[in-house]
Design a protein around this ligand. Structure first.
Ligand code: BGC
Length: 693
């Protein structure tokens, strides 16, 4: 802090509690300063209070690294890690911690003290433009990854702003959409990741969505922010708006004062005008309004004191040198994420000694894609794209030409066919591939059976060509080390172990979200920028999106509807195979005082080392209430040398059997029998054991 601070002020005393320090600042503020502290400054900052020596705080996007563009401090470079969807595909929570801690080092190196992530919305909608910024479709997997991410980020004092609270699962009309989510779905599906990130993760900031939920604007949502976050979870810290601040709900500015929110980004101009007008019209309200502003300012200052932002130099240039090590984390994440969906006849790995001509097809965009567009974009540096990575490993066996003749296709030992779909903020992504891609894959497959399709993107896709190709790799958006990671997997140096954090449907019509962008004129609309939202509003008024499927998201939906997905949640192949044996429960009966342990053995039966992600699902045998066929309640990633076996233990608690009763507004556990299922994917149950309550 500053040299000329008030002597012996509580707020300058680093031994005083964050609460006491925040209150001490507030005591010293004028009305205008309190109002100022409820809004952002200069797009990506929390304002300074210069006369008290309190500096501005810099924010940056997020989440696959530090997005350089909007930061005022001079950031020279930042690592493009794989996207959050890829991180989820690793199912490796220790890695998620290291990944976020590395990003936090880059934040501290350059002077960023709030990272605007991670995104904890769910993959409800396979066309969601920002799915790549989220951890997939399952609340438990998302919660576990979120806890590790937040802890890793905040271990160096960088605040993690979990977003977009809540129901921001699409880009279309995102500023004006009112999302209807029933109570049970909120409790069982959409709230748990945020709760976990706040309570177990300790996140100090939440960013609300631009959308409304159940009639309340995201940034003035009394039921969700005031009642759930502040009262029920006891959250002290920042609840900031998304960057449209309050411009799409001019008539509800009054709610901002009382709904639990604390910060309007990127500025509070509209709200400040409301406050001033209100006081001139009703001078008697000034004291009450001032008190409410104090609460808002307190929550913001509390988070900054708690995280130590005001007690350390704004940046730590010494950390720049750690970036070299971050390349390894980026590489490891990409390697562990890559998900092998098909490997007929063991076409992969490619053995350099047996293969001479590896033909690379696909657009340049498909060969270089590594991040999404918009605020989640991270530029990275020293990229190793797919072609470079493959050439590093296979040398001049890699053939890539501007045009390729049919004879060259026929003559190749193997064809690697790269495809992609763009992803990003402000637009959703058509489930179908652009015209011509599917025909082209089939045409090449007709000429050369040894074809492997490699897809980069943050959304599922139909695969009508699936039976014509030998291999399929889902490559997410793998960041700057993508080429090395892919080449290591294709060559067998790394055995793939990623598993899908979402379901891939056969066609978008199978999805519960299928009409999210269909308007009353019967047409489908796509765009989600601020201008687009305004136009849609002028044409149609507020847009309602009803999460009619309730708790049935992802595999819960496909299992309930008995619709076969193209690839199920939790699926991914390895170059080896694993056996599961000997399941046991530490007790046949579960009760509220004692969790039980489920143990089983996994053995790597093949000739190469590998990792398996064992998943634990719970199924109620005789459903007395409407509930999913089964739900993920635990998982463990197990690394096994060729031939090695190991005993694995996963705990089950009584709360893992619970469902939310929207009549009593409480969690409830039914008495009866349950199957605890150990599975290699949501559709491949290996072992099960019965327990009772
Ligand atoms: C996005 C947020 C982002 C913010 C700041 C908004 O448009 O929705 O996710 O953090 O911009 O860049």
């Amino acid at each position: 802090m500053h040299d000329s601070l008030p002597a012996h002020a509580v707020y300058t005393n680093i031994k005083a509690s964050p609460e006491a320090r925040a209150n001490d600042v507030i005591k010293r503020l004028s009305f205008d300063e309190k109002l100022m502290l409820t809004g952002g400054w200069n797009k990506m900052h929390f304002p300074a209070i210069s006369r008290l020596g309190i500096p501005p705080v810099y924010f940056a996007d997020a989440s696959q690294g530090v997005h350089i563009k909007d930061i005022c401090v001079r950031v020279e470079k930042s690592t493009a890690f794989p996207d959050l969807m890829a991180l989820a595909a690793t199912w490796n929570t220790d890695l998620a911690y290291n990944y976020a801690q590395s990003i936090s080092e880059e934040c501290q190196a350059w002077g960023v003290n709030v990272l605007l992530g991670p995104g904890l919305n769910l993959y409800r909608n396979a066309e969601g433009g920002r799915n790549y910024e989220y951890f997939g479709e399952d609340p438990l997997l998302t919660s576990k990854m979120a806890i590790s991410y937040v802890k890793g980020m905040q271990s160096l004092g960088t605040i993690a702003a979990i977003k977009h609270f809540l129901g921001n699962e699409q880009e279309f009309a995102r500023h004006i959409v009112d999302v209807k989510i029933e109570e049970r779905a909120l409790q069982e599906i959409y709230l748990p990741p945020f709760k976990a990130a706040l309570e177990a993760g300790g996140a100090l900031a939440v960013m609300t969505g631009n959308n409304s939920v159940n009639g309340y604007p995201g940034a003035a949502n009394t039921p969700l922010s005031g009642n759930v976050l502040r009262k029920e979870y006891g959250f002290k810290g920042i609840i900031m708006s998304d960057w449209a601040s309050s411009q799409f709900w001019l008539d509800k500015q009054n709610l901002e004062l009382t709904s639990g929110h604390s910060l309007l980004m990127d500025n509070n101009e509209i709200f400040a005008k409301y406050v001033r007008d209100e006081i001139s019209a009703h001078p008697g309200k000034k004291a009450l309004i001032e008190h409410e502003l104090e609460e808002m300012a307190f929550n913001n200052l509390y988070a900054f004191f708690k995280s130590g932002v005001y007690d350390r130099p704004y940046r730590n240039p010494g950390l720049v040198k750690n970036m070299e090590g971050h390349r390894n984390i980026a590489l490891q994440t990409a390697e562990e994420a890559i998900t092998l969906l098909k490997n007929a006849g063991g076409i992969l790995p490619l053995h350099a000694s047996k293969i001479n001509k590896i033909l690379v097809l696909g657009t340049d965009e498909a060969l270089t894609m590594y991040t999404g567009k918009g605020s989640g974009m991270v530029a990275g540096y020293n990229h190793v794209d797919y072609l470079a990575g493959l050439k590093n490993v296979f040398g001049d066996k890699i053939i890539r030409k501007p045009t390729t003749s049919d004879d060259e296709i026929k003559a190749a030992d193997v064809v690697l066919y790269f495809i992609n779909k763009p992803a990003g903020e402000g637009f959703d992504v058509n489930y179908n591939m652009p015209d011509g891609v599917e025909q082209s894959i089939n045409k090449v497959a007709d000429m050369n059976k040894n074809i492997v399709v490699i897809y980069s993107g943050g959304n599922g896709l139909p695969m009508p060509w699936l039976s014509n190709v030998k291999g399929v790799i889902f490559a997410y958006l793998l960041g700057q080390e993508r080429g090395n990671a892919l080449a290591n997997v294709v060559s067998g140096k790394v055995n793939p172990s990623g598993k899908l954090p979402f379901t891939i449907e056969k066609r978008f019509n199978d999805s519960p979200a299928k009409d999210y962008n269909k308007m009353s004129d019967g047409k489908y609309y796509w765009k989600g920028g601020k201008g687009d939202s305004k136009k849609i509003y002028e044409q149609f008024g507020k847009v309602q999106v009803n999460y009619k499927e309730g708790i049935y998201i992802g595999y819960r939906w496909f299992e309930k509807m008995k619709v076969e997905p193209q690839f199920p949640f939790g699926f991914g192949l390895s170059y080896t195979n694993f056996s599961y044996t000997g399941i046991q429960s530490s007790s046949a009966v579960i009760n509220k005082d004692r969790e039980i342990s489920i143990t089983f053995n996994i053995k790597n039966e093949g000739r190469v080392d590998g990792a398996e992600i064992a998943q634990l699902y719970v199924h109620e045998i005789k459903n007395t209430v409407d509930r999913p066929v089964k739900e993920l309640k635990g998982f463990q990633k197990v690394y096994l040398k060729a031939g090695e076996g190991r005993s694995v233990k996963i705990a089950v608690k009584l709360s893992d059997l619970a469902w939310w009763n929207d009549k009593t507004h409480q969690w409830q556990v039914n008495h009866g029998d349950y199957l605890v299922q150990i599975a290699s994917s949501s559709t491949d149950i290996k072992q099960q054991v019965k327990i009772s309550y």
